[in-house]
Ligand binder design. Structure first.
Ligand SMILES: [Zn+2]
Length: 113
């Protein structure tokens, strides 16, 4: 594997712009979702506002928000698009599907890393 200096981004400025837009959209969506979940009043245990379901929805939304925010921070740090485990570039086709990806597909498949 070829090592690239951190200043040499594997992504073009245009690609970064598009990906940042996607991440910001997702962040806004998750924040809205969390606000709604906070306002949702737990009702009968069998209704759609089952407190257990609300809790797990909230956990999932928070985890997703954390991933998205982490990607935006990596972008600000200029390390976005690199695997946080092996530091190899993450293919742009992969980022276009999952812009919040922190690790390349190979590292992602390794359990417990
Ligand atoms: Zn990797």
């Amino acid at each position: 594997m070829k090592l690239v200096a951190p200043s040499q981004m594997p992504l073009s400025a245009d690609q970064l712009d598009v990906l940042r837009g996607m991440l910001e959209e997702q962040r806004a969506f998750r924040i809205d979702q969390l606000t709604e979940l906070r306002q949702a009043v737990p009702q009968s245990p069998l209704g759609s506002n089952d407190p257990e379901i609300l809790r797990s929805l909230r956990r999932a939304a928070l985890a997703a928000l954390r991933d998205v925010q982490g990607a935006l921070w990596r972008m600000d740090d200029g390390i976005y698009g690199r695997c946080t485990s092996c530091h190899g570039p993450i293919p742009v086709e992969h980022l276009e599907v999952l812009p919040q990806s922190a690790r390349c597909a190979a590292c992602h498949r390794q359990p417990g890393v």
